[in-house]
Design a protein around this ligand. Sequence first.
Ligand code: GDP
Length: 415
Amino acid sequence: LTERGKRIPLDNSPLQIFVKAKKKINDIFGEIEEYVEDTVHYMHEIEKDEKIVNSEKVKNTEEYVSKVHSIRDVLQRDHMKVAFFGRTSNGKSSVINAMLGDKILPSGIGHTTNCFLQVEGAPSDEPYLVLEGSDEHCAVESVGQLAHALCKEKLNESSLVKVYWPKNRCLLLRDDVVFVDSPGVDVTPNLDEWIDKHCLDADVFVLVANAESTLMVTEKNFFHKVSTKLSKPNIFILNNRWDASASEPEFLDQVRKQHQERAVDFLVKELKVCTPKEAEERIFFISAKEMLQVRMAEGKSNSISLPEGFQTRHFEFEDFEKKFEECISKSAVKTKFEQHSQRGKYITNELRDMLEGILSDALKLKEDKLCQRKELNDKINYTEQQLMVVTQEMKKKIHSMVEDVEQRVSKALSE
Ligand code: GDP
């Protein structure tokens, strides 16, 4: 159970694919950092020996240290990002709150999101918000206060307010999912600026549509624009307010079929971002309001009464969350880590080649020295032999000289 008495599912969430991959790549880059630093240290040690390494090689290796440092910085901050779009009051904030299991973002009449709001996990126990261009942590006690703080500031519709919510209150935030809520696409947005500023690094987009009406041109236009700037964005379509269908059960299947066909056509034929089979896994009929109510009531004793068909909508919301988690973690692993792992491979290969080069230069040098020593030894041996020959001859000569002198002396004596 969390601090607030809510149920925490076992850690078999598909988000763990990203969490584990992030840990692994961070550990690997930790090792690469040690390897590069050791190499630089070693190069400095042998730099004095001009024949093996020169200062240019040392400088090149030092550059890898700063490269690895900056990759590690990026990797530690990497997260999965999901951005929500749709017309005002379709229920974007409600969907985010339902997924987070708490009323974090203000929703409802008078609380129209008038700028981009990002919710991300923070290690602190208390929530706070940070306005764009500022480092100041403003404490937020309640949703009402957050809404008030947002209304008070004259914010540009493209500006970003970051809400830091304690990680220990929500699994999705603990697992590095960052949520972005947007102003309604109907509020004459500057689409290019929105996309450049907030969408290019998003792993998943969620279009929150209103099941009581059909997809609007403004909503479609936004995604047409997104898919010109990003290749094959991952888009989910939530037909929200599906609880309203409970009041007209006779049209339920017919309306659902119609929405489903149009949404599939939009993803497959218009945007061309997925196949018809994939599209089936991207379209859901839900009620964010009910789901939020249920999750807020979890761990509390008072029961809530919900309209007809609630169970089905509940399961569909959970199904959406599962598919969403699978999609975002796989996509984020690919977009966030693929390039870095290639880079890591490149750096370690370069260093290995360089160290192998140093080793072969060092071996060559050793061989040369051995050769020189052998030549010197040969010379010494030759001189020793010569010396021996000369000594032998000298000995012989001296011997015969002594004999000769002896003979002469004894001859002289006898005479
Ligand atoms: P946003 O402007 O898209 O962020 O929409 P909000 O989340 O602020 O929702 C606008 C209003 O619609 C609020 O009063 C919500 O309570 C209500 N609402 C959101 N989702 C649902 C839903 O599934 N069913 C019903 N009946 N009302 C909803």
